[in-house]
Design a protein around this ligand. Structure first.
Ligand SMILES: Cc1cc2nc3c(=O)[nH]c(=O)nc-3n(C[C@H](O)[C@H](O)[C@H](O)COP(=O)(O)OP(=O)(O)OC[C@H]3O[C@@H](n4cnc5c(N)ncnc54)[C@H](O)[C@@H]3O)c2cc1C
Length: 384
């Protein structure tokens, strides 16, 4: 297996998923068989460095292919693709090759452990978000108490929501404030084989009921003294996130790109078929179609612009966020137009367009969510 073979096989898997579209758009639960298909594709190893048996070389050589595969897969099923994108994102913290002494030895040991779980077939996810925080991890209230002996082993308590991939993942990263400290730090938890009734500290607080991204299993949980391991470079989660070639929001954006691709392709085919039958669009529909094409073109340019930065191997958070926010805004507009063109049927479950409309709406709420993203864009603008 190689990145080339993954990129060749991904469209075939997406086509298979697309052929089951009606069922997939209606399901409210993720199917573990899909994660198995992604494993067979080798997709779970795309975020794992080559030295640990994966395909990740560095941002300039691996970033675009990862985002392109997300875009391809989301054409078939955006929910499962979005859930799986969390795996690729959270492993980024351990892609940092080394940290300063005296932490490096422990960090190297942890990297080996983390990546060997992936080689063994485990999926990772993240459940950082907390109700009321507005996506601002600085407002984390979950707390962690160290276990006896002063190691990296802690017990975590707090409310968390939006844990995409729950039930499919073996490990989840999160943030919590360590006892006696003021800033939250990065932790990971082994969540497999734990019942969700609270008996071992993991209690399902609310099952995911998304209007879109319906089968992401983004459940809410209450943690009580749940075992958690701290990152082996304590107190430096910001540096790890900043310096780790994390693709962050652009990988979520790539998922939405796949939805736009699918929706435009679907609508274009129907439009052509209608024209061939002599059925013409009315004036408003002509405007909507022309505008949808313009907006889809802009969306593609924004993604390509972000990808070109990725290709250089540099980080430019402003470009990435500009891309994410523009795609979030324009993709809602595109789907709204496509629904209007298709008529009242698009408001029903007989058409895929209504579900896609809700799916693309997720992007604005994904990290950083709307208000936080606009704070950042505004502040960077006035500070520069
Ligand atoms: C499909 C999907 C998948 C996701 N997957 C993950 C994941 O895997 N892991 C993860 O950690 N996160 C995930 N997220 C969460 C996401 O990353 C953000 O963290 C989350 O959406 C941010 O929370 P929020 O701002 O939406 O809501 P909250 O954190 O609940 O904050 C809402 C804010 O709005 C304010 N507010 C609420 N109601 C009102 C009102 N009526 N008037 C005024 N103010 C009000 C609140 O005070 C608060 O400040 C996912 C989100 C989506 C949509």
């Amino acid at each position: 297996m190689s990145v080339t073979s993954i990129m060749e096989a991904a469209p075939k898997l997406a086509e298979e998923w697309a052929s089951q579209r009606e069922d997939r758009q209606n399901r409210t639960k993720a199917d573990p068989a899909d994660y198995q298909s992604l494993r067979e594709l080798g997709f779970n190893l795309m975020a794992v460095p080559v030295e640990f048996g994966g395909y990740w070389e560095d941002l300039s050589r691996s970033g675009r292919s990862l985002c392109t595969v997300l875009r391809m897969l989301a054409k078939g099923d955006p929910s499962i693709t979005l859930s799986s994108s969390m795996h690729q994102g959270v492993l980024a913290s351990w892609r940092v090759p080394s940290v300063p002494e005296p932490f490096n030895e422990g960090f190297q040991q942890q990297r080996k452990e983390v990546f060997s779980t992936v080689a063994d077939g485990c999926w990772w996810g993240t459940i950082v978000s907390e109700p009321g925080s507005g996506g601002d991890t600085g407002l984390t209230r979950a707390a962690c108490i160290p276990e006896e002996g002063g190691s990296l082993k802690f017990r975590l308590s707090g409310q968390k929501h939006f844990g995409s991939g729950s039930g499919l993942t073996s490990f989840m990263t999160t943030r919590a404030v360590p006892h006696g400290e003021t800033a939250p730090d990065l932790f990971f938890m082994e969540v497999r084989n734990h019942p969700w009734d609270g008996s071992t500290g993991l209690k399902l607080a609310a099952e995911w009921r998304g209007h879109g991204m319906k089968s992401t299993n983004s459940h809410a949980f209450e943690f009580t003294d749940f075992p958690a391991t701290r990152i082996a470079w304590p107190g430096h989660q910001a540096e790890l996130m900043n310096n780790n070639s994390s693709l962050g929001g652009i990988s979520f954006t790539s998922v939405i790109m796949g939805v736009i691709d699918a929706a435009m392709e679907y609508s274009r085919e129907r439009l052509k078929a209608n024209l061939a039958r002599g059925s013409r669009l009315r004036s408003l529909q002509q405007v909507d179609w022309t505008m949808a094409e313009q907006e889809a073109w802009l969306i593609d340019q924004a993604w390509e612009g972000a990808m070109r930065v990725v290709d250089t191997g540099t980080q430019d958070r402003r470009v990435m966020l500009m891309c994410k926010e523009n795609v979030a805004r324009l993709s809602e507009s595109v789907l709204n137009r496509l629904c209007r063109i298709a008529g009242g049927n698009s408001y029903t479950w007989y058409s895929p367009l209504g579900a896609w409309f809700e799916d693309v709406r997720a992007l604005g709420y994904l990290r950083p969510p709307w208000a936080l993203a606009y704070d950042n864009l505004y502040n960077w603008s006035v500070e520069s």
